[in-house]
Every structure is written in structure tokens, then in C-alpha cells.
Design a protein around this ligand. Structure first.
Ligand code: ADP
Length: 586
């Protein structure tokens, strides 16, 4: 069962956004000032044109008109220069803020408690790292600057219209209710509709891909008709979803357009009456009407980016939410002075109120090899993770030389005890980077020794650029066995005194597995090892065997002792070996 990572509440998102604005206040105010200046210069156009109209009507000298025209040209050039500077600055600022968001996010992800990552699984985390960060990048880089600029321009243009002809400008109000109602109507429905559309495409994609991938199975089982029906169904769904979003657009777009044109027409008609009644000049009406034409662009941008802002906010909530995971380690700065690990009365639950370990106590003897056996679901992996300090205990404690594992910093914990699983990742980077993760200060000689000890030096030296060869996705290909050897070499470098082994080699093909077993035994040499055994011969070769059943250690002793004992382990051994227990011991 996987638990989802938390999502931030709206107030938390607002606090986070507020902090970002606060941190970048200076560059933000410079950018905004530039935009305000540019927008203000753009407002001179209609005003000057209005003066020109009135001038012509009053029969002013042509030199005065020419002067007004020249001023207008100067304003346009100045506006262009300022706009360029403003846009450049806001783009740079957007990139900077986004980079900061992404870095903070990655730092938070890497700082997540191991137990959370283990439990939540990587799906949710990957979705947040890719989809949500993408959505956020659009919002931060484009939506926020566009909205700020559009807002400033809209307000300034309105103010200019009021100054140019207060009475005439009143006519523009007719557009507001229509735009408000239309936009509200659309925004309320759009999100769900677009989500539906996206989901229906994804389903259709999935069905088609699945059908093509499994074409042999489809044909062998004569399932063509079933699959076609399924695809038809998905298509109908996608069609319906698309019709829905089309309907929303077909209502909203004309409404918005109408509310842009209406103020223009209204100010014209209303202005004409005002002129005839002697309350305004033709020039004033011309200026205000031109402002109404000019305001369409910022208002349109404002309205269309609002939608994006909604998406961005929900992504920010998911990205910020990662920080809400409580930390489960409390590093105390104490460092253990020994290598003996004790678990006492350990209890653990994944789901509140349902313990899967019911008070397990276990003392590891330094240097011993202990095998854990037992039925699937008995709690072996859970106990292994607790012994490796990945999960904190619910009750009881796991300590190394008297220091609880959860009191150790992660990099210190790694020098004490390491969990070895089948998961081994090769990171994009040089082979050296990949190894040095475990020991940042290791010299090349030490890295090579580590490779040598896991039998990997030969192929590593044969790489085109040795330790400098770039491996990982997109780099020099590295096979699964080699990847595992890199992981083992990391362990040699981290040099923990205790290892917990969870099915370390079972996913590999037998030949590679045999080879790896040699590398592995070199790594195990001289360390305390807890092996979660899925093959009983591991148990047979171990110094001690712990039988885990229903969240308890039901038997603990050497292979021979337990076989003599004649209980659970003896029965397991007998059934695995196919002979009576007494004969099989040797
Ligand atoms: P084993 O390794 O012996 O097969 P596990 O330690 O994996 O046993 O599981 C012990 C119990 O804990 C099982 O009942 C299992 O269903 C439960 N369990 C294991 N992992 C999780 C998890 N991530 N979330 C919830 N329950 C879990």
C-alpha cells in the first residue's frame, strides 16, 4: 500500500509565494517600474491623437500638428526601448525564481526521510518532479510576468481614459459585467473539462499502445473485436470530452470578444451624444475610444493567463507539500564507539494500529552472518529495514553501541550499516562520480581498489576513458551485473561494519549471479551480515538463523541447533531438502 505525499494548503501556498516575492523584491520592483514606464509611454498615443483631432477642428497651425506628430513618434520609440528592457528583465527574473524553486524542491526531495520514500513509492514523487515542475515553470516564467504586466497596463490605460475624458470613459463600463460573468462561468468549468480531455487522451493512448504491444496475444486469443470495441469506446469518450471543451470555448470566446468590442461602440455612441450636448470635445472622444481599443490586448492576456495561474497554483501546492513530510531522524551528534547492533522490543506499523512487528529483540554479534527466513509477509524485510536504520521504530529501539540509529546523520548511518537491495542505480556522470557518491574524498587509487575488490576493475579499465567515462542514461552502456558491481563498490567505499542484504542477487540470470556472488562475498568479508534469505542454503551456511513468523522471531540459533529443535525451521529445511531433517544435516 502506498501513502501519498502531502499537498500544501492554500494559505501555505500563499505564504510560500509571498516569501518568493519578498526575496526578489528589488529585481521585481525594477522590472515592474520599467513595465509601468513603458505602458505609460504607450498611453501618450491616443492622448496626442485626440489633441491633434481637436487641433485640426479648431484650425490650429500645421506646425503645431507636426510637433504633436513628432512627439508621438518619439514616445513610440522610447516605449519600444523600455519594453524590450522590461521584458528581458522579467524573463531573467522568471528563470531565476524558477531555478530557485527547482533547487529547493530537489533539496527537499533528497532530504525526505528514507521511510517516506520507501512507503510513498516513487510514482508520486516522479509526477511532482516532472509534471508539476513543468507546469510551475510555465507559470513562473510566463504567466506571472504576463499577468503583472497586463494588470499594470490595464489599470494605467483605464486611468488614462478617465483623465482624457472622464464623462466619455464612463461609457466603457458596459463591458465589465459581461466579461466578468463570462470569465467566471468559463473558469469554473474549464479545469475539470480539460482534465477530462487530458485523461481521455491518456486512456486512448494506453489502449492503442497496449493493443499494438500485445498484438500476438490479441490475435492468439482472438480478441481483435474486443480490442476494437474498447478503442471505439475510448474514442467516444475522447470525442465527448473534446466536444465539452469546444462548447466551453465556443461560449467564452465570443462573450469575451463581445465584451471587448462593446466598450468601443458604447463610448463612441455615448461620446457622440456628449459632443452634441456640448459636454465633451471630439478629440476627447477619439482619445477614449482609442484607449478602449488599446485595452483589449492587456485584458485579453490577463484573462487567458488566469487559467494558467490556477494550474500553476495547484502544482505549487504539490511541490511545496513535499516540505510538509515530518522528519523522522533526530541527529544528536553522538557517534557510536562500537559495532554491535541491538534491537530491543521493536514494534513497527505501516498503518496506524496494525503492527507488523510485535516486539522483536535481536543482538547481532559483530562479524557474524545471520540469515532471516520465514514465510512471505512475516516481516523479514521490515525488520531488515529497521536494522538498517531506514524506518524508525514505532516502539522499542535499534541501537549501535548504545546510540539509536535514528540519532545518526544519514552519512554517518551509512558508515555503520547499509541496506543492499536489488535496486542499484547508475547515475548520469562519470564512473568516478558514481563511486565517489559513497566516499567523496576517496582517491583514484582507492576507487580502483574498490572496483578491484568486487571484480570490476578489468571492465572498468577497458572503458574508453576509464574512471572518466560517462555512464548512466545516455552515456556508455552498463549492464545490470556491472551496475550491481558499481553498487557493491560503493559499499566497499562507504565501508560500513554491518550489511543488511535483501535478495541481493536474485534478479540476475544465473551466470551473472554466480559471478556476482564472488563480488558479493568479497564485500561481505569482515562485516556483520544480516541476510534476508530466500534460498535455504544461505541459511545453512550462516552462523545463526532467525526464523521470522507473524512479526516475531520464533526461533533463533545455528542451522544445526534449529534442525535438532525440530520445529518450524526443521520442517522448512526438510521440505526444501526433500529428506528427513536428521539425514540432511552434515
Ligand atoms: P517479508 O519480507 O517477510 O515478506 P514484509 O516485511 O515485507 O515481509 O511485510 C510484513 C508485513 O508488512 C506484511 O503484512 C506486509 O503486507 C506489510 N507491509 C510491507 N510493506 C508495506 C508497506 N509499504 N505498506 C503497508 N504494509 C506493508
Amino acid at each position: 500500500m502506498s501513502t501519498r505525499l502531502p499537498v500544501a494548503t492554500p494559505p501555505e501556498v500563499r505564504t510560500e509565494a509571498g516569501k518568493l516575492f519578498q526575496e526578489h523584491r528589488r529585481p521585481l520592483s525594477i522590472t515592474l517600474t520599467l513595465h509601468v514606464l513603458a505602458a505609460a509611454l504607450g498611453l501618450a498615443g491616443p492622448f496626442l491623437l485626440g489633441r491633434m483631432v481637436d487641433g485640426v477642428i479648431e484650425g490650429t497651425s500645421t506646425t503645431r500638428i507636426d510637433l504633436l506628430a513628432a512627439t508621438l513618434a518619439a514616445f513610440i520609440v522610447a516605449q519600444a526601448v523600455l519594453t524590450r528592457a522590461a521584458i528581458q528583465r522579467s524573463l531573467v527574473l522568471g528563470e531565476r525564481v524558477f531555478a530557485q524553486l527547482r533547487e529547493t524542491f530537489i533539496a527537499r526531495v533528497l532530504g525526505l526521510p528514507l521511510s517516506t520514500v520507501e512507503r510513498a513509492g516513487t510514482g508520486d514523487l516522479v509526477a511532482r518532479t516532472t509534471g508539476d515542475i513543468d507546469a510551475l515553470s510555465r507559470t513562473v516564467r510566463f504567466a506571472v510576468p504576463e499577468i503583472l504586466v497586463a494588470l499594470v497596463t490595464t489599470v494605467l490605460t483605464l486611468a488614462a481614459a478617465v483623465i482624457a475624458g472622464p464623462l466619455v470613459a464612463a461609457g466603457a463600463i458596459v463591458g465589465v459585467p459581461l466579461l466578468y460573468a463570462g470569465t467566471r462561468w468559463y473558469l469554473k468549468r474549464a479545469r475539470a473539462a480539460y482534465l477530462w480531455e487530458r485523461a481521455s487522451y491518456a486512456t486512448l493512448d494506453g489502449t492503442v499502445t497496449e493493443t499494438v504491444d500485445g498484438v500476438r496475444t490479441v490475435e492468439a486469443l482472438d480478441m481483435a473485436d474486443v480490442r476494437i470495441q474498447r478503442i471505439d469506446g475510448d474514442l467516444r469518450e475522447a470525442f465527448a470530452a473534446e466536444r465539452r471543451t469546444l462548447f466551453l470555448r465556443s461560449v467564452w470566446f465570443p462573450t469575451a470578444e463581445l465584451s471587448y468590442v462593446l466598450p468601443v461602440v458604447a463610448t463612441l455612441a455615448w461620446g457622440a451624444w456628449l459632443v452634441s450636448a456640448g459636454h465633451a470635445t471630439v478629440g476627447q472622444v477619439a482619445a477614449v475610444v482609442l484607449y478602449m481599443v488599446q485595452i483589449v490586448d492587456p485584458v485579453d492576456r490577463l484573462v487567458s493567463w488566469l487559467d494558467e495561474l490556477q494550474v500553476g497554483t495547484s502544482s505549487l501546492a504539490r511541490v511545496v507539500g513535499v516540505a510538509k513530510v515530518p522528519n523522522d531522524r533526530e541527529p544528536s551528534g553522538r557517534s557510536p564507539a562500537g559495532e554491535d547492533i541491538h534491537a530491543s522490543d521493536v514494534r513497527y506499523s505501516y498503518v496506524d494500529g496494525q503492527d507488523v512487528l510485535h516486539g522483536v529483540s535481536l543482538d547481532l554479534r559483530p562479524g557474524e552472518r545471520l540469515a532471516m527466513v520465514g514465510p512471505s509477509g512475516a516481516g523479514k524485510s521490515t525488520l531488515g529495514r529497521l536494522l538498517a536504520g531506514i524506518h524508525p521504530t514505532r516502539a522499542g529501539s535499534v541501537e549501535v553501541a548504545g546510540v539509536p540509529l535514528v540519532d545518526l546523520e544519514l552519512d554517518q548511518l551509512r558508515r555503520e550499516v547499509v541496506l543492499v537491495t536489488q535496486e542499484h542505480h547508475v547515475f548520469v556522470g562519470t564512473l568516478r562520480d558514481n563511486l565517489a557518491l559513497a566516499a567523496p574524498s576517496a582517491t583514484d587509487d582507492e576507487l580502483r581498489q574498490a572496483l578491484d575488490s568486487v571484480d570490476a576493475l578489468a571492465w572498468a579499465d577497458a572503458l574508453p576513458e576509464g574512471l572518466d567515462t560517462v555512464v548512466g542514461s545516455g552515456g556508455h552502456p552498463v549492464g545490470p551485473a556491472q551496475a550491481q558491481q558499481i553498487a557493491l563498490a560503493r559499499i566497499v567505499l562507504a565501508d560500513p561494519h554491518t550489511l543488511v542484504l535483501d535478495e541481493a542477487t536474485s534478479l540476475l540470470d544465473p551466470r551473472a549471479a554466480r559471478h556476482l556472488e564472488r563480488s558479493l562475498s568479497a564485500v561481505l568479508h569482515g562485516r556483520t551480515v544480516v541476510a534476508i534469505a530466500h534460498r535455504l542454503h544461505t541459511a545453512h551456511d550462516a552462523d545463526r538463523v532467525a526464523v521470522v513468523e507473524n512479526g516475531w522471531i520464533s526461533e533463533l540459533g545455528s542451522h544445526h541447533e534449529l534442525v535438532e529443535h525440530g520445529e518450524a525451521y526443521a520442517k522448512l529445511w526438510e521440505s526444501w531438502h526433500g529428506r528427513p531433517a536428521q539425514e540432511s544435516t552434515n
